[in-house]
Design a protein around this ligand. Structure first.
Ligand SMILES: Cc1cc2nc3c(=O)[nH]c(=O)nc-3n(C[C@H](O)[C@H](O)[C@H](O)COP(=O)(O)O)c2cc1C
Length: 189
């Protein structure tokens, strides 16, 4: 067995890669905002719930009063993902600044992002303060996306989601692996 070594990296970097989402909200003046979040997860099947962990310093934190949309970006949107994840919507319209296109959501007030292939619309049902972040739990009220985004009940491998490794590093790949086929020595499906 190899010797182990101690790491002084943040624990979050050991959870990597983490799926990147673009969370849209509306502020008190009804202006849409968008920011990048990698601390996102599903938390329940029935009811269907998802959660996002948000620093209380973010403008998004102030906008998370009622509803939000998680839009899943692809590799082609890396520039925009970085831009909306490094600037605050407090003083700038990030849709205008990045060219991302807000389109109406099916159910909630915050917009979907046209360039993203999939969208999860949520209504906030709970929050949990945890250290310097707050976890917002959202009930899923609508799911939508490009017609070819899903294939056989899973994400189409033609779509390349973005994963965050930490800092300025991301990971991206499109191989779909089925565990049974993998055991038989042919993993990809
Ligand atoms: C790849 C990436 C992932 C991020 N993940 C989170 C996260 O999970 N939670 C968080 O509070 N901020 C996260 N951020 C930082 C926010 O996106 C960033 O502070 C943004 O400017 C907030 O914008 P706002 O002030 O308009 O809400 C992330 C940034 C990047 C680039």
């Amino acid at each position: 067995m190899k010797d182990k070594t101690k790491f002084d990296n943040a624990a979050s970097t050991l959870f990597a890669p983490q799926l990147v989402g673009l969370v849209t909200t509306v502020d008190r003046a009804n202006r849409p905002n968008v920011a990048t979040f990698a601390w996102i997860m599903s938390t329940s099947h029935d009811p269907e719930l998802v959660a996002v962990s948000v620093s209380r310093q973010r403008y998004t934190y102030e906008c998370l009063t009622d509803e939000f949309v998680i839009n899943l970006p692809t590799k082609e949107l890396l520039e925009q993902v970085w831009a909306v994840g490094t600037r605050s919507g407090r003083n700038v319209d990030k849709f205008q600044a990045t060219g991302l296109t807000p389109i109406p959501a099916d159910v909630v007030k915050p917009p979907r992002i046209a360039e993203c292939p999939t969208h999860i619309e949520c209504r906030i049902i709970d929050t949990l303060d945890t250290g310097d972040h707050t976890i917002f739990v959202g009930e899923v009220v609508a799911k939508s996306g490009d017609p070819d985004a899903m294939k056989d009940g899973a994400l189409n491998e033609r779509i390349e989601p973005l994963f965050h490794l930490g800092g300025k590093k991301f990971l991206c790949g499109r191989e779909r692996i089925d565990v049974d086929r993998h055991r038989r020595g042919k993993g990809s499906v």
